[in-house]
Design a protein around this ligand. Structure first.
Ligand code: HEM
Length: 504
């Protein structure tokens, strides 16, 4: 993607944001450029450009270029007939985007997947937490239930990651490479991540195998309107467009698998569900929410995030690997527990943390955010201000907003492993993957990801465990329906590793 999101080369960081009163005075009030075009026709044209002709980044960048503005009106997919109102105001720079985090300005009811919402038949008839606005009393009840679950399992995460994720992953990678010369990381991650979540959240791995394939079907039905080029190897794109983007796929297809998943959560999560009932939730609603938070929010997220971390590490190469390995090994020697990672050891791995933030910045696993204006207000980009009317939909595409050169400078478009080290810490507030600044926390009153700390912890654990085990690795990267398809082609095992015998 081009780094010319904004024309200026000034590296302004957050100075303007801190001086709102003066920026309001200085910025000219402009009409929001762009239009929604001819109903039905233009939304379909925009959808085809987005999916098949220009690609996501090309679609938005071409509009930024033609309007000379990072705030503009456009249609977003899927459009007709999935979404009756595809018209949005796009906010694509580091100044305007955070309006989506401001709960006084935007309403987040039923906008989790954007301009369409999958049927609640896929979630037991309930609107689960992700679709609730903080003004709805259920939102606080369910989010509190999830906060409590994560807090109660906080000490289980590091050992569960080691035993249920790192050990099986490394042993499969090594045996697959030995037997066939490469290992499909994306599919190993899909299988192992779900076992890890059972261990981390409930202390038991699912005894039934293959549950993760039920999740994939259920996720695909919900996300098909946002996916493209999945089956175009086999059928022409107009047919894929018709199948995926025009009408919802039948929810009945996911029903048998969903029943099995529900049964698993009912049993494995029974302790958590008891606690939910004490908070006033029905056991059934809590169980559907637990399933959604685990399978959609967490599993869906890790399905994208871990292959993305491996991709950036592989592309950056052995010099970075050597630094990460020596950092991880020194930290574990100083603050580990018998060669194992601990929180204290992780806290000494500064480069590791910077690499995780940089991956989340350059490649946010959830790329789109939406919200309806709660009232009329004035929205600001770096260069202008715009009148937004109550009810209009605001839309942010993170991969462009988090590569804003006015914040991240000339390297905004590049993966810079050290970006957040030292002075770079002042850029951490611009890491937004969780639907909020990385320096803020999810609360009952906002819509920031309930699992924010869990996600950053497991991402840091992933990098630490990887470089305790290996000095370096190589990988081939392609595309997959959700995120990247990563094939590990070689690993160099640590010669001087300090890790214990369980790794062998
Ligand atoms: C890599 C993993 C994850 C990613 C990328 C991710 C990303 C996000 C994003 C972007 C949102 C905001 C969506 C929006 O409203 O615009 C969100 C919300 C949410 N996430 Fe996560 N998430 C991840 C993992 C988790 C985990 C581990 C949990 C565990 C509980 C979780 C639970 C939730 C919930 C409940 C919400 C809705 C929050 C609310 O309604 O206030 N997520 N997540």
């Amino acid at each position: 993607m081009s780094s010319k999101v904004l024309p200026s080369s000034i590296h302004e960081t957050n100075f303007e944001q801190n001086d709102e009163s003066s920026s309001v005075r200085l910025l000219p009030l402009k009409e929001i450029p762009g239009s929604y075009g001819i109903p039905f026709i233009t939304p379909i044209k925009d959808r085809l450009d987005f999916y098949y002709f220009k690609g996501r980044n090309g679609f938005f960048q071409s509009k930024i270029d033609s309007y000379g503005s990072t705030v503009f009106r456009t249609n977003v997919p899927p459009g007709p007939f999935m979404a009756s109102h595809p018209g949005v105001i796009a906010v694509l720079d580091a100044k305007s985007f955070p309006v989506l985090f401001d709960m006084t300005k935007v309403e987040k009811k039923d906008v989790f997947t954007g301009t369409y919402m999958p049927t609640t038949k896929l979630t037991g008839g309930y609107r689960v937490c992700s679709y609730l606005d903080p003004t709805e009393p259920k939102h606080a009840q369910i989010k509190q239930f999830l906060f409590n679950l994560l807090a109660s399992r906080k000490d289980a995460v590091i050992p569960a990651f080691h035993s249920a994720y790192a050990i099986p992953l490394f042993s499969s990678l090594e045996s697959n490479i030995a037997s066939s010369g490469s290992a499909d990381f994306t599919s190993l991650n899909d299988t192992i991540a779900f076992d890890f979540l059972g261990e981390a959240y409930f202390g038991s791995r699912p005894s039934k195998t293959g549950l993760q394939s039920k999740i994939t079907t259920w996720l695909a039905i919900q996300l098909a309107p946002l996916l493209s080029n999945i089956i175009t190897k086999f059928i022409p794109w107009p047919i894929e467009d018709l199948l995926f983007h025009t009408f919802p796929l039948p929810s009945i297809v996911a029903k048998p698998g969903y029943k099995q998943l529900y049964a698993y959560f009912q049993t494995a999560g029974s302790g958590a569900l008891d606690a939910a009932v004490k908070l006033g939730l029905s056991r059934d609603e809590a169980c559907h929410n637990l399933l959604f938070a685990t399978c959609f929010n967490t599993y869906g997220g890790l399905k994208i995030l871990f292959p993305s971390i491996v991709t950036w590490l592989a592309q950056t190469g052995p010099a970075l690997h050597a630094r990460l390995a020596s950092e991880a090994r020194a930290a574990v020697e100083q603050a580990g527990d018998n060669g194992r990672v601990t929180l204290a050891a992780l806290d000494k791995m500064y480069l590791n943390k910077s690499v995780v933030y940089e991956t989340l910045r350059i490649d946010p696993p959830v790329q789109f955010q939406y919200g309806h204006a709660r009232t009329d207000f004035v929205l600001e980009s770096h260069d202008a201000s715009f009148q937004v009317r109550k009810g209009e939909m605001l839309f942010g595409y993170q991969p462009i907003a988090t590569r804003d050169a006015r914040v991240f400078g000339a390297t905004a478009d590049k993966f810079v492993p050290d970006r957040f080290l030292g002075e770079g810490a002042k850029l951490v507030p611009y890491v937004w993957w969780s639907n909020g600044p990385e320096t803020e926390s999810p609360t009952l009153a906002n819509k920031q990801c309930a699992g924010k700390d869990f996600v950053v912890l497991v991402a840091r654990l992933f990098v630490a465990e990887l470089f305790l085990q290996y000095d370096s690795f190589t990988a081939k990267v392609g595309t997959s329906p959700l995120g990247t398809q990563v094939t590990i082609t070689s690993v160099t095992k640590a010669e001087d590793k300090v890790v214990g015998p369980s790794y062998n």
